[in-house]
Ligand binder design. Sequence first.
Ligand SMILES: CC(C)(COP(=O)(O)OP(=O)(O)OC[C@H]1O[C@@H](n2cnc3c(N)ncnc32)[C@H](O)[C@@H]1OP(=O)(O)O)[C@@H](O)C(=O)NCCC(=O)NCCS
Length: 297
Amino acid sequence: MVPTASLRQVAISCHDFLPGWLHLNLPMILETTAQSIVTAPVLLCGISAGGQRNRTLRFPCRVTQGHPTRVGRLCVRLYTWRVLRPVLRLILDLWEGGVMFSPAWRMIARKYHGVEFGEYSYSPGLKPGDLPPGTVVGRFCSIASGFVVLRRNHPIEWASQHPFFYRQTLGACESDRLEPVECNPLEIGHDVWIGANVIILPKCKRIGNGAVIGAGSVVTKDVPDFAIVAGNPARVIRWRFPSEVQEVIAASHWWTEPLEKILQHRAVFTGPLDPERLKRFRTVFPPKAGGSSERTL
Ligand SMILES: CC(C)(COP(=O)(O)OP(=O)(O)OC[C@H]1O[C@@H](n2cnc3c(N)ncnc32)[C@H](O)[C@@H]1OP(=O)(O)O)[C@@H](O)C(=O)NCCC(=O)NCCS
């Protein structure tokens, strides 16, 4: 992920020396150049390792054990220095495969921002601190850009709802007067797909396993497992599977299995879940004890 904000800062500080057209385009030029510098070596590594599939399989070897690389561990330590963060995120993109694969990215999210982000979940451009503290994201989630999670309202019943009157750091009150956002954490299940530009409001506390949230939705309450919700306010438009199929998938906990096993049996995932595939799915991923609420990130 390229630190667009920092690049804009560079552009702004160069403002006085640049001709008009370059001044307007500099952030974009810098961003594109940085992106090429970052992606080219990754792509080259992928090609030299035998193409896209091998590249995808190469990163998880580090991730499934949950241990960051040495470089990753160093990044976690250096992350205390805010000024280094954009560079460290770039390094983690290159070295550990970015948000989808990087254990160090997950350690940073947990240690510095109080966010649990499950393995193989990803979201383009997401930074470890973009989700509010207390958020838990399951495994194998796909989150499109523009995802906003809101965890509390301003005090609408007070005479004024301005932060002067509830935020201690602004100097007008001696302690924070609203509950911290961690008191209202959002839980996102496993294998959830969240479309572009979704907003989650404070009363939604859980998005169920296997759920889908349509693009542009405003989610005001909990989303059940395997529901497809959309709109403003988001409503269930249909279910991904009939209830008996939902039960088979929920009971299997396939998302807690090692990636190697999942990929070895990828044929059950690569096509519609017809009766034949469902039968094979049940054989490969039989029901597990513990119920679908068990979490393994
Ligand atoms: C939610 C979604 C998956 C549903 O797809 P689908 O099952 O093919 O749904 P349909 O297009 O048949 O729509 C069914 C109904 O829901 C409505 N609907 C679908 N998506 C909607 C959305 N995002 N917001 C509001 N209403 C939506 C349709 O208008 C339709 O309503 P109708 O029955 O009154 O005509 C899809 O519409 C969507 O939003 N995808 C997200 C794409 C995206 O964000 N990609 C990002 C990159 S990964």
